[in-house]
Design a protein around this ligand. Structure first.
Ligand SMILES: C[S@@+](CC[C@H](N)C(=O)[O-])C[C@H]1O[C@@H](n2cnc3c(N)ncnc32)[C@H](O)[C@@H]1O
Length: 425
């Protein structure tokens, strides 16, 4: 990611990470750009941003002493946490300790013994310690019935540099779509959830401790009401959200990271926004280039289908998108580049006239060159063909721009010394 940015984005001072998560992407630019703006809807993430990205003065020695004390403490009395979570994700002993420490942090804060940032650091340290021993399968949707509850809860000292470069940083806990309306940044980085798995479900327990409102918890997984932290990016409205977000962005560069699970895998893992939707929406803002996380640009043709790959879509805001300038259209219809027997391109005006104006799902069942399906407006368009190779080529057209495909063909023509009709004519 850094390589993509350093090689392509010029004169950058500010970097906005709209879906910050655990914050490691923004952190990797903290010493590089003078202003880091970071945001997430979850309180547990927000507190870790205050810990690492804020500029308020902190007393390192005082915090170290508190952590040493917390690690020695033995707790007898029951509390909110032990009453609700004993012998689930944590042992009874650890649960008593977690509840006690979390309560004590707010007590210290209310007594003005610690400031906002010191409070955030202590809570973050507690959350990291919990997360490292929790009896889970990596998230808090469930705990293991006969799992290991023996590990001791030990708080660590966060590795916060003494010489801060945080002077101009800004930290938010807001819905990305509303925050973006009032913030400018040279680079806006977008890494939203990809599928229907809500972060608020996966991390409900850490959110519970971060907020410490002691809500009622339900079910085997002991979740609280999470309606206010559900993300629309995990629902079918994700493409609409994404379009709204991109429309509102004020930046020089927009960098989108998105997983390519597409339509493969279990339905909960399926990506909510397709690559073609991302391309189409981003292209309204400017020229778009696609990179893989290992930084091989698609034009090199190194991409292997079938792998889980994260894509980086880099949009140069305001720069002309030459990719789409030479696409041949007649009567506004796009012609399939395959010279396909029985192709209906010339008949499209008569065919399309017969279809209803609003179409939910359109199935091109003898899809062939896809001249009809590709020119239809519908919520969902399904292509089918018995010939295995044709759908493969159609998928390729969907995934790569025509200039990328032509470059690849030209590369192979040269590599295998094939005759090039365009040159020999
Ligand atoms: C894929 S993760 C980001 C991972 C991050 N780049 C990292 O490296 O840790 C997506 C994040 O978006 C947050 N999120 C989901 N919907 C959001 C919204 N509407 N506004 C802001 N943040 C949101 C989730 O809480 C989650 O932390």
């Amino acid at each position: 990611m850094q390589k993509v940015i350093f090689e392509n984005c010029k004169e950058v001072n500010s970097f906005l990470d709209l879906f910050g998560g655990i914050g490691n992407v923004a952190w990797s630019f903290n010493d590089i750009y003078s202003e880091i703006i970071i945001n997430d809807i979850l309180e547990s993430n927000y507190l870790s941003y205050i810990s690492f990205f804020d500029d308020s003065e902190i007393n390192h020695k005082k915090l170290q002493n508190y952590i040493v004390e917390y690690n020695k403490i033995k707790v007898d009395k029951e509390n909110y946490f032990s009453e609700n979570f004993s012998n689930t994700y944590f042992s009874h002993e650890n649960s008593k300790k977690i509840g006690y420490i979390r309560e004590d942090i707010d007590l210290k804060y209310n007594n003005k013994e610690i400031n906002d940032r010191e409070r955030a650091i202590l809570i973050t340290s507690l959350i990291y310690a919990m997360d490292s021993i929790a009896n889970t399968v990596g998230h808090y949707d469930a705990y293991r019935l006969n799992g290991d509850l023996e590990k001791e809860l030990i708080l660590g000292i966060l590795d916060i540099p003494e010489n801060s470069t945080n002077k101009n940083n800004r930290i938010f806990k807001e819905d990305a779509n509303s925050l973006v309306e009032r913030i400018y940044a040279d680079i806006v980085y977008i890494d939203p959830p990809y599928n229907s798995r809500q972060y608020s479900d996966a991390y409900h327990l850490l959110e519970n401790v971060a907020n410490w409102n002691k809500p009622k918890v339900y079910g085997v997984a002991k979740k609280m009401d999470r309606r206010n932290i559900k993300s629309k990016y995990c629902t079918t409205s994700a493409p609409k959200q994404f379009e709204d977000l991109i429309n509102k962005i004020n930046a020089k560069y927009i960098l989108v990271s998105y997983n390519n699970m597409g339509n493969r895998g279990a339905s909960r893992s399926q990506a909510k926004i397709s690559d073609s939707e991302i391309m189409e929406i981003l292209s309204t803002k400017g020229k778009v280039e696609i990179y893989e996380t290992d930084y091989s640009q698609f034009t090199t043709g190194k991409t292997k289908q079938g792998n889980h790959k994260e894509r980086l879509f880099l949009c140069y805001v305001g720069k002309k998108n030459e990719e789409y300038e030479n696409v041949e259209t007649i009567n506004g219809f796009v012609k399939c580049p395959l010279n396909y027997t029985g192709g209906k391109y010339k008949l499209l005006p008569q065919i399309i006239e017969k279809f209803p104006k609003k179409i939910g799902t359109f199935i091109d069942i003898f899809g062939g060159g896809f001249n009809v399906g590709a020119n239809i407006e519908a919520n969902t368009i399904i292509y089918n063909d018995k010939q295995k190779e044709v759908p493969r080529i159609i998928k390729l057209f969907l995934k790569y721009s025509h200039t990328q495909i032509i470059k690849k063909i030209e590369y192979n023509v040269n590599k295998y010394e094939l005759s090039n009709k365009e040159i020999s004519i």
